[in-house]
Design a protein around this ligand. Structure first.
Ligand code: GLV
Ligand code: MN
Ligand code: MN
Length: 421
C-alpha cells in the first residue's frame, strides 16, 4: 500500500493539540512529589519517579503505543509508522531538582504525550514511527553526572561506570536500575538504535525570551559545561580552645579556594561566564569543632571552547598550589554543541507554518539533547520562563506559551516522521 504525505497532516496534528488535556496532564504529574510550596521534589528513580512512570506507561498503552525500556531505565513510548524505518524521537526527563518546579523536563515529556494523542485524534498516520522518551536522571542532583540515561543511550559503554555511583544515602545507581526493572517486569528491554531525528521541547529556564517578548525559541545549541568535586582537608580541633594561628580549618581553605576559582572564572569568561558552587559537605559538621574536611562542587559553563580550556588550565594550577590539602575529582564535562542545521530548520519552519514569532537562542542549561546530538540530527524548542526562574518551585510558563510550544512540536514531529530519508 502506498501513502502520500503532505504538509496538511502536520498542521492538522498541531490543531488537534488540546490545551485542557495538556495542562491537566502537567497538573497531574506535579502531584507526584508535590512540595507544600507548589514545587516538585521527585528524585531520579525514587519511588515517586517509579509511580509517575507507571501512570505514563498506562496512558501510553491506552493510546495504543508499545512501551519498552533499556539497561539505563529509559522508557520509550512508540507510535507505529507505516514503514519500518528509524523513528523520530521527542521527550525529556521527569526527575526534578530537590526544589524543582513543575515544568523542567516534565513539560517536554507531557507535550510529547499530547502529540501522540493529537495525532490519534487527527487520524494522522506517519511514514516513520514516533517515539516519546523519558530519559533517566537528567538532573544529576541525586546521582552525578546528570543525563545518565541519554548519555548511555548514545554511548552504552558509559553505563558500567554509572552503576557504581552512590547517592547521598549510599544507594548505588545500579541498585535503583534493578529496582526499576523489578517494578516493570513485563516491559521489553531494547538496545540503543538508529534514530532519524530528536526534538526536545523545554522551558527556557532563563529570561531571554520573556525579555524579548518572543513566544518560541529555536535552539541552535547548548553551551559547554564542567562539573567538579573539590575536597579540602584540615584537622578537627576544639572551637573554644584552639588558637586561630595553629588551626588547620578545612572551611577556611575551602572558602579561599572557592574565591580564587570564582575570580579567574569571571576574568576568563566575562559576562557569559556562569560559575556556581551549589553543594557543600562539611565534616564533622558540628558547631564547636573546626571542620576537618569540606567537599564542594563547581559548575562552570561557557559557550566558548577556548574559555573552557583556559578555565581547565587555571583550575589545575589552583589545585596544584595546595597539592596536599586540596583534591579535585572531575565529575562531568561537555564541549559546546551546535545542533544540526536540518533539525534547526524543521523547528524554524514549524514556527513559521503556525504563524508564531520565534528567535534563535543558545541554551544555558544542558539537556538530554546535548547527548542525542551525537547520535542523530537534534534540535530543541524553548518556551519562555516567567521571570526567567527555574530550579525553583516558582518556575512557571504562561499556558498560551505551553500550548504554542506543543503545537510547534507536533508540527515538527509530523514533518520529520514523513521524511523518506
Ligand atoms: C540541567 O538541569 C542543568 O544543570 O543545566
Ligand atoms: Mn530539564
Ligand atoms: Mn533541570
Amino acid at each position: 500500500m502506498t501513502h502520500s504525505y503532505d504538509t496538511t497532516s502536520a498542521l492538522r496534528a498541531a490543531e488537534h493539540v488540546d490545551p485542557a488535556r495538556l495542562l491537566d496532564s502537567i497538573d497531574a504529574l506535579a502531584t507526584i512529589g508535590a512540595r507544600a510550596d507548589g514545587g516538585v521534589d521527585r528524585p531520579a528513580l525514587s519511588a515517586l519517579d517509579i509511580d509517575a512512570r507507571r501512570g505514563l506507561i498506562e496512558r501510553a498503552q491506552a493510546l495504543g503505543c508499545t512501551v519498552s525500556t533499556d539497561a539505563c531505565a529509559n522508557l520509550f513510548f512508540r507510535r507505529p509508522g507505516n514503514e519500518d524505518l528509524p523513528p523520530v524521537m521527542t521527550g525529556s526527563h521527569i526527575d526534578t531538582q530537590p526544589t524543582g518546579g513543575r515544568l523542567d523536563g516534565a513539560y517536554g515529556v507531557l507535550a510529547g504525550f499530547e502529540c501522540l494523542a493529537a495525532l490519534a485524534d487527527a487520524g494522522v498516520r506517519t511514514r516513520r514511527p514516533l517515539e516519546v522518551a523519558i530519559w533517566t536522571n537528567e538532573e544529576g542532583s541525586r546521582f552525578q553526572p546528570g543525563a545518565m540515561g541519554s548519555s548511555s543511550f548514545v554511548d552504552p559503554a558509559r553505563l558500567a561506570g554509572y552503576r557504581s555511583v552512590r547517592d547521598a544515602a549510599g544507594v548505588t545507581f545500579g541498585a535503583t536500575l534493578d529496582a526499576h526493572r523489578a517494578a516493570f517486569p513485563s516491559l521489553d528491554t531494547r538496545a540503543s538504535g538508529a534514530v532519524h531525528a530528536f526534538i526536545e521541547l523545554h522551558i527556557e529556564q532563563g529570561p531571554l525570551l520573556e525579555l524579548a517578548d518572543t513566544p518560541l525559541g529555536v535552539v541552535t545549541g547548548i553551551q559547554g559545561v564542567r562539573w567538579h568535586s573539590i575536597r579540602c582537608t584540615g584537622a578537627a580541633a576544639h572551637a573554644g580552645t584552639t588558637p586561630m594561628r595553629v588551626r588547620r580549618d578545612a572551611m577556611t581553605l575551602a572558602v579561599h579556594v572557592r574565591g580564587a576559582i570564582e575570580t579567574f572564572a569571571l576574568e576568563l569568561g566575562g559576562d557569559a561566564a556562569r560559575i556556581t558552587f551549589g553543594s557543600w559537605r562539611v565534616e564533622p559538621n558540628s558547631i564547636n569543632t573546626i571542620p576537618s574536611a569540606v567537599t564542594f562542587t563547581v559548575d562552570f559553563r561557557h559557550p566558548d571552547p577556548a574559555v573552557l580550556a583556559s578555565f581547565d588550565a587555571a583550575l589545575a594550577d589552583c589545585i596544584a598550589q595546595h597539592r596536599t590539602d586540596v583534591h579535585l575529582e572531575p565529575l562531568f564535562e561537555h564541549p559546546p554543541v551546535h545542533f544540526a542545521e536540518s533539525a534547526i530548520e524543521r523547528v524554524r519552519a514549524a514556527c513559521v507554518a503556525l504563524g508564531a514569532r520565534s528567535q534563535p537562542i543558545v541554551s544555558g542549561a544542558f539537556h538530554d539533547a546535548l547527548h542525542l546530538a551525537k547520535h542523530c540530527p537534534t534540535a530543541m524548542i524553548f518556551v519562555p520562563s516567567r521571570g526567567g526562574i527555574s530550579h525553583n518551585p516558582l518556575e512557571a510558563t504562561d499556558d498560551v506559551h505551553l500550548v504554542s510550544g506543543t503545537r510547534a512540536l507536533a508540527h515538527c514531529l509530523v514533518e520529520l516522521c514523513n521524511e523518506a530519508r
